[in-house]
Write a protein that binds this ligand. Structure first.
Ligand code: SLL
Length: 155
């Protein structure tokens, strides 16, 4: 487990959520009556680095406690969770790396947005457009162990 000194490797990714109103006309009967939205929270690759799975082993999404089995773990791409609900909340997203990485998991937070916000909110509300809230982020591996460095730089 020798580390490569003085080297930092950056790997970009996108994380965020998309939410849309549940259409009363086509509402599935099994959905809780007070749920107004269907949403997906995700971690996705960037076009420049289209694969995450060679260094990410799994991703867990910690939902609000009002959800049953609120800790959702996704072991393979697409790293995402789709649910229905009525409220916005903070999602804790934990990235777990492959064993070769010898790295601790990294945690990020995402605020699940259901309602239009910002300058175009009014227009989006009228058109019932999906609400997207997305961020660009980079995982940084400082002085990765040699085997992981090789894996990162050969993929
Ligand atoms: C609020 N801080 O009070 C937020 C909490 C909780 C969201 C929002 C449904 C869960 C379920 C759901 O949308 N929870 O019924 O399974 O606004």
């Amino acid at each position: 487990t020798k580390r490569v000194k003085g080297v930092s490797i950056y790997r970009p990714f996108i994380f965020g959520s998309i939410a849309k109103l549940i259409d009363p006309a086509s509402r599935p009967a099994n959905i809780n009556a007070d749920h107004t939205h269907q949403w997906t929270i995700y971690v996705r690759p960037c076009p420049t680095h289209p694969d995450l799975s060679y260094f990410i082993k799994k991703i867990s999404f910690k939902l609000h406690e009002t959800y049953t089995n609120s800790l959702r773990t996704v072991e393979a791409p697409p790293f995402e969770v789709t649910e229905t609900g009525w409220g916005e909340f903070e999602v804790q997203i934990k990235l777990y790396f492959v064993p070769e990485a010898n790295e601790k998991p990294q945690t990020i937070w995402h605020h699940l947005k259901l309602h239009p916000y910002g300058e175009k909110a009014e227009e989006q509300r009228e058109k019932k457009e999906p609400v997207v809230s997305e961020c660009y982020e980079e995982v940084v591996f400082n002085e990765p162990v040699e085997t992981f460095y090789d894996l990162l730089t050969s993929s």
